[in-house]
Write a protein that binds this ligand. Structure first.
Ligand code: ATP
Length: 452
């Protein structure tokens, strides 16, 4: 069972400290959210799972963490200054603003009026002043996607790693989009985080690699606990394709508010490297690129056999961290009816994503012997390097179990007065609620087995 409404998820996120609205004490800033104590752990765990699968478990991908502020030259040559637009319409009746492609039957979603302005393009990139003089000439963009900073580092990475095709560059980081109508909680925000792989391949092998990455990405989402029956693929029609794309397959997910894009897997052809390279006319670039007389680097790779210079094609799986967190919370959220007629809310997260891996709970709050045994166990388990192990010193076992059910903690370990006599502790499993007593010496192995 998954969340019935977005409101339930929003309420849980606030109650347990996953996600808060930014600057809420001043009324909030629209389209921005802060990740609280549990949220930051969940988000980091998701990013780590992506990084592990992209960089550590493959031998053909390198990592990168590039700057957010981006030279206007980059976003001019990438085509974003010209084309990173949404069509904006105003409602003349209630003065609200909408993205025209989000309207149903050209009707204002707020008041139902059909008296709307003609759609006009609106560039969704954020600009900021750079340096002490604010005269409008020295500005940078906040990157709208991580990808462009990857492309502009292509030569640095090839030169420093001696990579040959095919290979990829992975990057996780913030991107900014001045969305006209941010909404649906963390689904559409103005400051977002992306996990993007740019995978460089020989032209002609691009379609095969495109299919390869679509399958890989579906498998990965399923390993994060996203049900296969809530995912499907949308082959983006030509008229909706981004300016750089030959073909894009969107991985769609049934979010609480409807079926929408979770990740896009695009075949960006040789458009980006071709746009940012010098000596364009000497290279056989297939995409229509803007003339570039500013770049000082040749963004091509020499084929080791033929010695020809190739501008690689790029396959890009681009996932949103925030949308991933939302999908995972939606999947994990369950309200169960218990035998005694009461309900419990539980987040059945995959253990590798759980914000807290184990809660160690002394039965009595102020009992020195129990607290010191619990502190010792916490220290030992923390040393396993599995993630956060929490010493939960609240003194109320029932409440602690409920709290950790909602936090998605897979395992609670309770120390009671019997522990002081025979060194046994109680393990309580989040999903089955079963409990078993084991010797504390077995704790590390049991935790590794259950949480890893
Ligand atoms: P949409 O059509 O929903 O606006 P997009 O096609 O513009 O998305 P991409 O440019 O393909 O999105 O970006 C890659 C990924 O980044 C998306 O699949 C999504 O997960 C995430 N993303 C894009 N825009 C936002 C946003 N405003 N808020 C949260 N995540 C976003």
């Amino acid at each position: 069972m998954t969340a019935k409404t977005m409101d339930e998820l929003v309420a849980l996120c606030k109650r347990r400290g996953f996600i808060f609205q930014t600057n809420e004490i001043y009324g909030g800033l629209q389209g921005l959210f802060d990740y609280g104590p549990l949220g930051v752990e969940l988000k980091n765990n998701l990013k780590q799972a992506w990084w592990r699968s992209m960089v550590y478990e493959r031998d053909d991908v390198e990592g990168l963490d590039a700057a957010i502020l981006t030279s206007p030259q980059v976003l001019k040559h990438s085509g974003h200054e010209e084309t990173f637009m949404d069509l904006l319409v105003d409602c003349r009746s209630c003065n609200s603003r909408w993205r025209s492609d989000h309207l149903k039957k050209s009707t204002c979603p707020s008041c139902g009026s059909k008296d709307l302005t003609e759609p006009r393009p609106f560039n969704t990139m954020f600009k900021t002043n750079v340096g002490p003089i604010d005269d409008g000439t020295s500005f940078a963009y906040l990157r709208p996607e991580t990808a462009q900073q990857t492309f502009t580092n292509f030569k640095n990475i090839v030169d420093s790693t001696s990579r040959n095709l095919p290979f990829g560059i992975a990057q996780i980081g913030k991107a900014f989009r001045n969305e006209i109508t941010p909404r649906n909680f963390i689904f559409r925000v103005r400051e977002l985080e992306q996990m993007e792989l740019e995978f460089f391949v020989k032209p002609g092998t691009d379609e095969q690699w495109h299919q390869f990455w679509i399958k890989e990405r579906l498998n990965w989402w399923s390993k994060q606990g996203v049900s296969e029956n809530k995912l499907d693929l949308y082959d983006v029609p030509n008229k909706e394709l981004a300016h750089y794309s030959k073909s894009t397959i969107d991985i769609m997910y049934k979010f609480p508010h409807g079926r929408e894009e979770l990740e896009g897997v695009a075949n960006r052809t040789d458009y980006d490297l071709g746009s940012h390279t010098k000596n364009q006319s000497e290279l056989s670039i297939t995409a229509k690129v803007i003339k570039n007389s500013s770049s000082n680097a040749k963004l091509a790779i020499q084929d080791r056999e033929t010695k020809n210079w190739i501008v690689p094609y790029v396959i890009e799986p681009a996932a949103g961290v925030d949308r991933g967190v939302l999908a995972i919370l939606n999947e994990a959220y369950t309200v169960q009816k218990l035998e005694d007629g009461k309900e419990r809310t539980v987040l059945s997260l995959k253990p590798h994503l759980s914000p807290i891996k184990v809660a160690v709970i002394p039965l009595k709050k102020n009992n020195e012997d129990l607290v010191s045994a619990a502190t010792k166990l916490k220290g030992e388990l923390q040393g396993l390097g599995l993630g956060r192990i929490l010493l939960e010193n609240s003194g109320n076992i029932g409440k602690s179990y409920r709290r950790h059910d909602e936090a998605g903690t897979p395992l609670c370990i309770t120390l009671d007065f019997q522990t002081l006599e025979d060194q046994t502790v109680t393990f309580r499993d989040r999903d089955s609620m079963t409990q078993k007593r084991l010797d504390v010496k077995e704790a590390a192995d049991f935790v590794k087995e259950s949480v890893n």
